[in-house]
Design a protein around this ligand. Structure first.
Ligand SMILES: [Zn+2]
Length: 403
């Protein structure tokens, strides 16, 4: 059990690549501004009220639209919310609600309609509406393609893990990004990459697996190396791993999870948060992810407000993962857990907040751990003093120019 735990506690730190170079050419995206509801919040005196009800700004189809709200009610009252997400006049969801919350609506085709939120305390109700606008697609619909360039020979099982991760992310990201010209010299991305001088559509990753320092300590490095000048999304990145650690992870049945996790960092999870303006409190004791779509999924999990981000683990782990103390075995926390590590709708929604078109239906079922599960996880971690391998952050990224 201890041995399994030592593997399980491998730190999946990253390359925080939100560098000055990347930021200079990739216009940062401001946090989603609050949009006033199209109708004045309704309220009966002394009863429940809708303080705020908004939808994310117009975007191209297919879109994940976050409906966000704040409600109030009489002290001690149990509030129930009903939501018409598609504007057909009928409520689609009814659930317990309190204070702030949200839900995501996937809108496949261009549309403009009125969504409606009703809050009830059992005796009185209040209603507010907001306009959902989804514009025509800006690009012909194409799939999101991840190309792997092997810089060293890979064992069949390792190669299969990379291919599976590329296919999974390619199915999650519902549409490609514009092609971009990438011109980077060999070794310019943390010494693991080959030269690249070509148009990339949508993402190319150089993979290097070789001896670094044996089992433990350094696991490798992974992250984006070039981002689009218009959308700030990665077009080229590197995944470099110690072969001894990959063999150890494979023996423990966790190779696929680690590769999927690290590829998420290459795509921007944790590595483009600051550049995209979706991270608050970085470097502090309580960093939070403030993208509207991820917050809506956090609300659907039964909580509300900005999503807790890891504050511990140092550079590469802190500010770049979901909080282990809150999300435990979710794949994009900073630590791999024994058993399953689901890649949830929360993580997928965070990619939509970065600017990707995402199919939230590709998320793996996930629920927040209960108090007992969290206590057990903390006890197991405390009982395992084995040093954890770490991922070393990449050096500054180079920026791609779009054609
Ligand atoms: Zn990580």
């Amino acid at each position: 059990m201890k041995g399994r735990r030592s593997r399980a506690r491998i730190a999946l730190g990253v390359l925080v690549a939100a560098t000055a170079g990347a930021t200079a050419c990739a216009a940062p995206v401001a946090p989603v501004p609050a949009i006033p509801p199209t109708t004045a919040p309704g309220a009966a005196p002394g009863g429940p009220a809708v303080v705020r009800f908004t939808a994310t700004p117009p975007g191209p189809a297919p879109a994940v639209v976050a409906l966000s709200w704040q409600v109030t009610g009489p002290a001690g009252a149990s509030l129930t919310c009903s939501l018409d997400t598609d504007g057909d006049g009928a409520d689609d969801l009814t659930f317990a609600c309190a204070d702030v919350g949200g839900r995501n609506a996937t809108v496949a085709a261009p549309a403009s309609y009125t969504a409606r939120l009703t809050v009830s305390d059992g005796a009185r109700t209040a209603t507010a509406t907001t306009t959902v606008t989804v514009t025509p697609p800006t690009l012909a619909v194409e799939t999101f393609d991840v190309a792997i360039r092997q810089q060293t020979s890979l064992t069949p099982s390792v190669q299969a893990a990379f291919d599976a991760a590329a296919q999974r992310w390619g199915s999650i990201l519902a549409r490609g990004v514009p092609a971009a010209a990438v011109n980077i010299g060999a070794g310019a991305c943390g010494a693991a990459n080959g030269a690249i001088n070509e148009t990339v559509d949508d993402l190319t990753i150089d993979v290097w697996v070789g001896p670094i320092d044996g089992v433990g300590n350094v696991l490798g490095q992974a992250g984006p190396c070039a981002v689009g000048s218009q959308d700030g999304l990665p077009r080229f990145g590197v995944m470099q791993f110690d072969q001894a650690d990959l063999a150890d992870l494979e023996a423990g049945g966790q190779l696929g999870d680690v590769i999927l996790h690290e590829m998420g960092h290459v795509l921007g999870f944790g590595t483009r948060w600051s550049a995209k303006g979706v991270l608050t409190g970085a470097g502090g004791a309580d960093p939070r992810f403030v993208g509207a779509r991820a917050m809506a999924e956090y609300s659907a999990l039964g909580r509300g407000g900005p999503v807790p981000v890891e504050a511990d683990g140092g550079y590469g782990t802190a500010d770049a993962h979901w909080s282990e103390a809150v999300f435990n075995n979710e794949l994009m926390t900073g630590y791999l857990d024994p058993g399953s590590n689901p890649l949830s709708r929360l993580s997928l929604a965070s990619m939509a907040d970065l600017g990707y078109q995402v199919d939230l239906g590709r998320g793996t079922a996930y629920t927040l751990p209960g108090t007992a599960a969290l206590a057990a996880a903390r006890a197991a971690a405390a009982a395992d003093p084995t040093p954890q391998p770490e991922v070393v952050p990449l050096e500054p990224v180079t920026v791609a120019r779009q054609r």
